[in-house]
Write a protein that binds this ligand. Sequence first.
Ligand SMILES: C[S@@+](CC[C@H](N)C(=O)[O-])C[C@H]1O[C@@H](n2cnc3c(N)ncnc32)[C@H](O)[C@@H]1O
Length: 454
Amino acid sequence: MKPAANSTDARTTAIEVLCLWATTHGSVDLFLNSAIEQLADIDRGLAKTMVYGVLRQKEYLDYIVRAHTRHPLRKMKPRTLMTLRVGVYQLLFLHRIPESAAVNATVNTLKAARQPGWLVGFVNGVLRAVARSRATLPTADQMAAQEPPLLNHPAWLIERWQAQFGRDTALAICRKNSVEPPLTLRVNSRRTSHSRLLEQLHKSGITACSGLYSPLSVVITTYPGAITALPGYEEGAFQVQDEAAQLASLLVKPLPLRARLLDGCAGLGGKTTHLAEMLPPGGAVVAVEPDSRRYRLLRDNLRRLGHGQAVSAVHRDLQTYATTRPTLFDVVLVDAPCSGTGVIRRHPDIRWNRQPEDFAGYQQTQLQLLEIAARLVKPAGALVYATCSLEFEENEEVISHFQEKFPHFQVENVAELLPETAQRLVTGTGYFRSSPADGLDGFFAARLVNQRSL
Ligand SMILES: C[S@@+](CC[C@H](N)C(=O)[O-])C[C@H]1O[C@@H](n2cnc3c(N)ncnc32)[C@H](O)[C@@H]1O
């Protein structure tokens, strides 16, 4: 059977992206975003599903490949190994794809790449053998539950999490990271209401419900299409954002009338736009982002969500912005660059890209940003520090090092700022800490108040 040209494109794209990732260990999202541009919507979704799926199940897929060939995986070229992984992933996880299409279309990518006949025959043979035995193969869930469990994470990271959180939580995090997370939206309360957005989604046949933790959240369990095709997208009715990130932004409250806020690491504006929605009358937000691609997307988001007036976007780094000596702010948010170990379920390459020695470097950057930000906070104002990392070095340790130099910034317990449903995510010290084990992205956030009086 000859596969449709488009489905071959999705597989070729997935394999090319995975090969590029394997040789550079760069961000798979950046590779994917540029590679899928020329694909049709349906193929974009399939290419992304295969790339993310292979990264989430890499060790399990390798276990299955190993069981069907005597050829050592470490001696295979990246294209061979990635083609096998993409093929096995389709056979064992994408049940909507017929077996013959999964095998033939995957093998055809090798022919299109002018690979030698013996290699095409080898990959074809392995995939057909997996297809024949698939009813009797152990599932990924069974392998994750056996002793020792196969968890699709590097051993050093599992050990690190076991030391920090205990064995049960570490294993729960790994298991959650191997499953596709839901798509979560934050309602733009300036444009629509929670119930209206839910109704709009239901009318379009999309199953959605309220989240468990954040009152503004709408959770869509399965949606294979493009975000831009969701009803309400163009009108700015929502922002895609995990519930944990939505809760972290609540730490900027309470805000005085005409409050001035600084988002010191704005990124694409996930939190900037939330801050704009919380602003009291006469308030304003300054959003700083040095990366050109992110800055452009930040501007797009501000326009789409209708915050062009209230937010001034600044294309600089925080250090340079601070040298302009701006008027001091009521609240400064530092949502710092970090290892991202809390968002591995959404960015599955992170688990394979990080190394144990990376955390010290992140800590240094985070402390530097926090110290610059602290000098921009008004007396009696607040500094909110957040990361999407699970690591102690990037969170609690950053706060304690910061306080050694800035003892007039005192940690404030954030329990009162969070909804009842999120109280269990407040630590004994008064920080906000979520984990994939709770069904959320892993976030840390702290609120520090400048005790110097006016
Ligand atoms: C964790 S992301 C921010 C995510 C964003 N707040 C959101 O909610 O969507 C950190 C951001 O900090 C930016 N960044 C890196 N170095 C910076 C610096 N020196 N000053 C300001 N921002 C910086 C990065 O480009 C990145 O966009």
